[in-house]
Design a protein around this ligand. Structure first.
Ligand code: ADP
Ligand code: MG
Length: 317
């Protein structure tokens, strides 16, 4: 099977139709229409086997994750996903693997109406690079640099599950379909709805890929402010607490990574707006702290003493 046959069989998806795609897969480049009054929001992420996921992770999970981690970046900007490019390096053309990979990728793409408009295919170590494009009314992006002292800090959903799931995968290398933590590592749900609902409400936002402390650290740094986290306010899932003590679970929530939840800040004057939008988030949101003027990030226990911080987020270099 040559490259063109692989693309035709697995990546020419006709179930997602967008009339802003003038020319999709098949020419030297794609042609897209950005509607007037909208800004284009673009992001790219590479997933490398053995670095970002265990080599033998099921292909459907790899396909899902490759798109999900990118859509999560669009969610953090408040953008609505539109188009994706997929550059795939594969050690061999395994038809069954490709079919499962594409199924995982397109199941998520369909849910968010993301059209695959092109890509690349090469032989090499397993490595997937996805570029996503989203649309946003001009000037409405959620950026990292807008947090102000006095803003409240929130987080969506549940933290720590994915790190626990990854640990389980590494220990037994066997997927228990029913295990929520393993599922949350394999099939993270990008918080697109929450990102859209936060336009005009959040003063800053980021998606949590490297762990809450590390990623909130980026907001703090970009905004030139500080933060106080009330660690014991974090919402933990019953499945995480099934495996870990409360303290261990909180440490995973602070530093585990791979959650793809959103962390965002809201000025006090916009709290009523946040309340009024609560139904639109598609997940719970938890108030976990405050932005301060101090330029340091402090993690506190309920009794206001310092929570001893575990290791920081994942770093490649
Ligand atoms: P070129 O050599 O001009 O870069 P290619 O032969 O690499 O073009 O690709 C042919 C067409 O197939 C292009 O439209 C390209 O975007 C698309 N394509 C290649 N690989 C993929 C892929 N993995 N998924 C989706 N589209 C792909
Ligand atoms: Mg060409």
């Amino acid at each position: 099977m040559d490259e063109f046959e692989i693309i035709r069989r697995h990546f020419l998806n006709t179930t997602i139709y967008r009339d802003d795609v003038r020319l999709g897969i098949g020419d030297d480049a794609a042609i897209l229409r950005v509607p007037p009054g909208q800004e284009l929001v673009i992001s790219v992420d590479t997933l490398i086997a053995g670095v970002h996921f265990p080599e033998d992770l099921p292909a459907a999970a790899i396909g899902h994750r490759a798109l999900a981690v990118n859509l999560s970046d669009l969610a953090a900007m408040g953008a609505r996903p539109a188009w994706a490019l997929l550059a795939l390096s594969l050690p061999l053309a395994d038809d069954e693997w490709l079919q499962k990979f594409a199924r995982g990728f397109f199941a998520l793409a369909e849910r968010h109406q993301v059209a695959l408009i092109g890509g690349n295919l090469a032989r090499g170590p397993l490595n997937i690079t996805v570029t996503v494009h989203g649309l946003l009314p001009s000037g409405q992006a959620l950026v990292r640099s807008g947090a102000q002292p006095g803003d409240r800090i929130y987080v969506t959903g549940w933290l720590g599950d994915a790190a626990q799931g990854l640990q389980q995968l590494r220990e037994h290398m066997q997927i228990t379909e029913a295990d929520n933590c393993v599922q949350r590592f394999c099939f993270p749900e990008p918080r697109i709805q929450a990102g859209l609902a936060l336009r005009g409400i959040a003063s800053a936002a980021i998606d949590i890929s490297d762990g809450l402390v590390a990623d909130l650290g980026h907001i703090v740094q970009a905004s030139g402010v500080g933060a106080q986290l009330q660690v014991e306010r974090l919402t933990l899932s019953p499945s995480l607490l099934h495996y870990k003590s409360r303290e261990q679970a909180l440490n995973l929530a602070l530093a585990g990574g791979d959650d793809y939840e959103l962390c965002f800040t809201v000025p006090e004057v916009r709290l009523p707006l946040l309340e009024s939008q609560a139904h639109a988030f598609g997940c719970p949101v938890t108030h976990i702290g405050e932005i301060t003027a101090s330029k340091t990030l402090r993690c506190l226990k309920d009794d206001s003493t310092d929570w001893p911080l575990p290791f920081a987020g994942y770093r490649h270099f």
